[in-house]
Design a protein around this ligand. Structure first.
Ligand code: AGP
Length: 608
């Protein structure tokens, strides 16, 4: 998740762009850059590190970087290391076309080969740079037409903004799934990944829909359909957000904003890693040879990351038929575990700084095991305490209660499990292709689900907000989701809540039930759904209220049934958690609590 900003108008725009990048820094901040169109050429500055570094680099330029047409970018590296050369904006060989891109260009390597064969000189390791060279290749007096032609050759998931030294006063943006929005000012126009980037300057916005191109000048905009080149009408809407709301993207809290960013977080985490019949995680730092001969996988983590690990364990054992264990890190590190060089230990930590998880990873290394880190933060300690890393790409998560990083971790674990299955030849090509096809659709399904269950979640929250105890039940991979759903309710509503393997309920917790108890059941389709149905019947027999999360097309007898789209049963967790996040969220809001900063909790637990 990167941040893009662009300006065209009468004003000197260097500081406008820097301020826009500051407001987008939550999207990525490992490096940044600006390009401004001066008198007759484009000046550019890149810097590694946070925005202060870029400000310093711009200041060092003694004001050389000037212009009233410009673009800026703050990066969250996916392709290519964190270096100045890999920072955006990128340019073509003649430095006449500059672009800033958020997302992934999946067919970049074949395009790069073609462009290099045609004489293009590349200066970075990124996938994005091909876009600058491709536009330059098509440029023939009309920047928008060149962008349109380039757009139709690109495959992937991205949004970008282009400028050309031969077309002063013009910016052209293009969107394919990644967010892009335009701001209309008086005699000036803005374009960005998110509205807060220019909200201090204008409240008049035009949303760029998926699969659209937009040309910006100081006079206004022109929207174009990329394939036909036909013009598209687009209304201007007024945004009534104050600054605080702006930081939250117009949502009332960071948690709700991040719940709505889950589709993007999953799309980013998947992007560039799905081939038609196989998973390509690139160089994760651990060899395929080792993974083919691995004896056992042990996953260690804390809190929400532990629950993602549980889903990962089921996925590894079911798809790759490799023995997999899961342990909370604070227990693993003191249980004197038996490990050797044939074992792989996976440490999951969104922050990459959780003390118990880091200690567990270090212990594993000392005992000779290979260690893989799954983290959301580049440069975090976990990346240094591991032999290999798989990054989730959820962007910065500010709400203490993890949401988008959880679904991104689940997806990252499932990508790893599918890669392992590919190396062990345990899944036929048909099954693999089906799973990959469903993973590709996951961002879309999540985006739709967040909106479609919102009203039902509010109703359920309103019905049970005053209850003094909740029980969550699940089986198999559904257990991980009921544990996570319960954790969300506990940490933001402070209601005493328990989560149990449904088969265990009759061995004790059933005593907690009465006609006032809400019981949240994760009853998505799975090999044990009928068992789950019997547990629901046991609960109903005690008069308790049952709210069930179920798969489209299945029948579950409960007071409230929240349906999630049908996929392979092992892909249900990333969907099933969403209604549970929303129910917990609305209950906490109904109780007037600060969901972004719950009591007694820190976003990152660096103490043991
Ligand atoms: C989850 O909502 C909590 N913030 C907490 O349980 C968290 O998951 C745990 O502290 C682990 O954090 P990590 O993923 O950064 O290691």
């Amino acid at each position: 998740m990167c941040g893009i900003i662009g300006y065209v108008g009468p004003r000197e725009c260097r500081d406008l762009l820097l301020e826009g990048l500051r407001r987008l820094e939550y999207r990525g901040y490992d490096s940044a850059g600006l390009s401004l169109l001066g008198d007759d050429d484009i000046g550019s500055v890149h810097a590694v590190g946070n925005l202060e570094r870029l400000r310093d680099a711009v200041a060092d330029g003694n004001g050389h970087l000037r212009g009233s047409t410009g673009i800026g970018h703050t990066r969250w590296a996916t392709h290519g290391r964190v270096t100045e050369a890999n920072a955006h904006p990128h340019s073509d060989t003649s430095n006449r076309v500059h672009i800033a891109l958020n997302g992934i260009v999946e067919n970049w390597s074949e395009l790069r080969a073609q462009l290099e064969a045609a004489g293009a000189k590349f200066t970075s390791e990124t996938d994005a740079e091909v876009v600058a060279h491709l536009i330059a290749q098509h440029l023939d007096g009309d920047l928008t037409e060149a962008v349109r032609r380039a757009y139709n050759e690109l495959r992937g998931h991205y949004a970008f903004v282009a400028m050309s030294a031969d077309h002063p006063g013009v910016l052209v943006g293009a969107r394919k799934e990644c967010p892009l929005v335009v701001g209309i000012g008086k005699g000036e126009s803005f374009i960005a990944s998110a509205i807060p980037a220019f909200l201090a300057e204008t409240r008049n916005v035009q949303l760029v829909q998926d699969g659209e191109i937009v040309e910006l000048t100081s006079e206004g905009t022109r929207f174009v359909e990329p394939v036909s080149g036909q013009p598209i009408e687009r209304e201007v809407e007024e945004v009534d957000w104050d600054d605080e709301a702006a930081e939250k993207g117009g949502y009332e809290t960071f948690m709700l904003k991040e719940i709505h960013e889950q589709a993007d977080a999953v799309a980013e985490t998947l992007a560039g890693r799905l081939d038609s019949e196989a998973i390509d995680l690139g160089d994760i730092g651990i060899s395929d040879e080792f993974l083919r001969n691995v004896r056992r996988v042990i996953i260690v983590a804390c809190g929400t990351s532990y629950h993602a690990g549980l889903v990962g364990r089921y996925s590894i054992e079911t798809w790759a038929r490799v023995s997999a264990e899961m342990d909370v890190a604070s227990e693993f590190r003191y249980r004197n575990p038996l490990l050797d060089e044939r074992d792989l230990v996976i440490g999951i930590s969104q922050s990459g700084e959780t003390a118990d998880t880091l200690a567990a990873m270090r212990l594993a290394r000392e005992r000779g095991a290979k260690v893989l880190s799954i983290t959301n933060i580049m440069g975090s300690q976990a990346t240094r305490d591991a032999d290999g890393v798989i990054f989730t790409r959820a962007g910065l998560e500010i709400g203490v209660a993890a949401t988008k990083t959880f679904v991104a971790q689940v997806i990252a674990m499932q990508l790893f499990a599918l890669k392992l299955a590919g190396l062990h030849g345990t899944l036929g090509p048909e099954v693999t292709t089906t799973l990959i096809t469903q993973l590709r659709r996951m961002p879309h399904m999540i985006a739709e689900l967040v909106d479609s269950v919102d009203e039902q979640a509010r109703r359920i929250a309103d019905q049970f907000k005053d209850c003094g105890f909740f029980l969550y039940l699940g089986r198999h991979v559904g257990l991980a989701i009921c544990l996570e759903g319960a954790l969300k309710l506990k940490e933001i509503s402070y209601i005493p809540t328990d989560a149990y393997a449904a088969g265990e309920m009759k061995h004790g917790p059933i005593a907690l039930l009465d006609e006032n108890t809400p019981v949240i059941c994760v009853a998505t389709d799975s090999p044990v759904l009928d068992k789950m149905m019997s547990n629901i019947a046991e609960v109903q027999a005690r008069g308790a209220h049952v709210v069930a999360v179920a798969t489209e097309g299945t029948h579950v007898d409960a007071e409230e049934v929240i349906k999630v789209p049908r996929t392979d049963w092992l892909l249900q967790p990333a969907l099933a958690i969403i209604p549970l996040q929303l129910v917990a969220y609305y209950i906490a809001c109904a109780r007037g609590l600060n969901v972004d900063q719950p009591r007694n909790l820190a976003k990152t637990v660096t103490v043991e």
